[in-house]
Ligand binder design. Structure first.
Ligand code: ATP
Ligand code: MG
Length: 385
């Protein structure tokens, strides 16, 4: 008897002629997630099987596979011969010691001598007798279910759990986006959501070293690493906006610091996105969350982006919902580490909540926008995660 992992993928992308394209992306991503482990990977009747792996590492493999978008559910199954004695041996290993249960059978091999119902009845009866009264059958609300899948060639799979997968679409099937990543809670979640829809995500972070410290930078590396496990690898680009912030601080109205900085960030991001072949910008903005995230604030930063769409997957989310997602993806504990972000450097006491475009343009005209952008690009560093 051998443990195998069953990978079932969502049926949404099975429709249409692109099926092969989505399947190949999913296969590549599974191999990426399991890199460094020994295993066999087999595709069979609309599912995948991972087998011949070190069985002491089952949990680790499952944790890795739970991060692969496009995976609907997973099961750890015992593969056994399909005769009743072998099924019973497998079922005994998986059944709990007590409680209510039922057996559900599925027959892929239509030549099998018993019907699905007969298999369930026989196996249920044997388990009941074996438990000496500790188990009871409840077909409506059992505390656990033994599932039997009788396959062709005299082989069967026996398992109890459907483990929820990451769902979504395989990364690599929906273009490339450039995520503006800060050290906060929101932007990693925004990147995760786009990766879930199949988008390849690269990250761009702006820092104000030496006003912000090396730990702040390291925090972003850690966040991008967490995202990378879902997004099948990300490139993280770091650019310094120190001189831009100093110039704004020196020449412009303090209440417009964030608005003006945002416009620099978006300009740089769009140019960089085009350079790396990204087709959109992604931010973690959520309407009304902070003073700069009003519709006026978003309009002001959007208006410097000329060609690409700016995707804001969190725009309608409450902070609570974002935090839940952050916890679930494993980023939250890193996000709440207390290191300063560049946006908190030179922060005015009263940022403009509804900045007017004419005021913004007047202040911006005091700056050498192109020169500052060109200089910022010279500070760019790249790391592959
Ligand atoms: P986050 O939790 O992502 O930091 P936030 O609620 O703190 O978001 P802001 O600081 O207003 O909101 O930032 C809004 C968005 O702008 C962020 O989600 C991110 O996409 C982008 N952004 C902010 N600061 C930076 C930065 N230092 N580098 C890159 N992008 C940034
Ligand atoms: Mg922030």
């Amino acid at each position: 008897m051998e443990k195998v992992i069953i990978i079932r993928y969502s049926e949404i992308f099975l429709k249409g002629k692109n099926r092969g394209f989505f399947e190949r992306a999913l296969e590549t991503n599974v191999h990426r997630a399991l890199k460094g482990f020994d295993y066999q990977f087999i595709k069979q009747s609309g599912r995948y099987f991972v087998r011949d792996f070190d069985q002491t590492q089952t949990e680790t493999l499952i944790e890795k596979l739970k991060k692969v978008f496009g995976v609907h559910t997973l099961s750890v199954a015992l593969e056994t011969a399909s005769d009743m004695d072998s099924l019973f041996e497998a079922a005994k290993l998986l059944a709990r010691d007590s409680g209510t249960f039922k057996v559900e059978s599925h027959r892929g091999d239509k030549k099998y001598p018993l019907t699905s119902i007969e298999v369930s009845r026989e196996l249920g009866g044997r388990l009941l007798a074996h438990s000496k009264g500790a188990l009871r059958v409840d077909v409506h609300e059992p505390s656990f279910t033994v599932r039997v899948d009788i396959r062709e060639n005299g082989v069967a799979l026996v398992f109890t759990e459907f483990i929820e997968g990451a769902n979504g679409m395989p990364v690599g099937t929906a273009g490339r986006g450039l995520l503006l990543i800060s050290g906060g809670i929101d932007s990693p979640v925004a990147g995760h959501m786009m990766a879930k829809r199949g988008m390849t995500v690269d990250c761009l972070h702006f820092h104000s070293y030496p006003y912000t410290n090396a730990q702040a930078k390291e925090k972003v590396v850690q966040l991008a690493t967490v995202l990378s496990e879902y997004a099948c690898g990300v490139n993280l680009y770091n650019i310094s906006v120190t001189h831009i912030q100093e110039a704004i601080h020196e020449k412009c109205k303090p209440e417009l610091m964030i608005t003006l900085l945002r416009r620099f960030m978006f300009r740089i991001a769009e140019r960089h996105a085009e350079h790396i072949g990204a087709q959109c910008l992604i931010t973690g903005e959520s309407l009304g969350q902070v003073a700069s995230q009003t519709i006026e604030g978003m309009t002001s930063s959007n208006s410097v982006v000329k060609k690409l769409p700016v995707l804001r997957p969190l725009v309608g989310f409450d902070k609570d919902e974002i935090i839940q997602r952050s916890v679930k993806m494993g980023a939250y504990e890193i996000s709440i580490l207390p290191f300063e972000d560049c946006c908190t450097v030179f922060l005015p006491d009263f940022p403009a909540i509804r900045p007017k475009l004419c005021d913004i343009l007047r202040e911006e005209n005091k700056l050498d926008v192109e020169g500052l952008i060109a200089e910022a690009f010279t500070t760019m560093e790249k790391c592959k995660l």
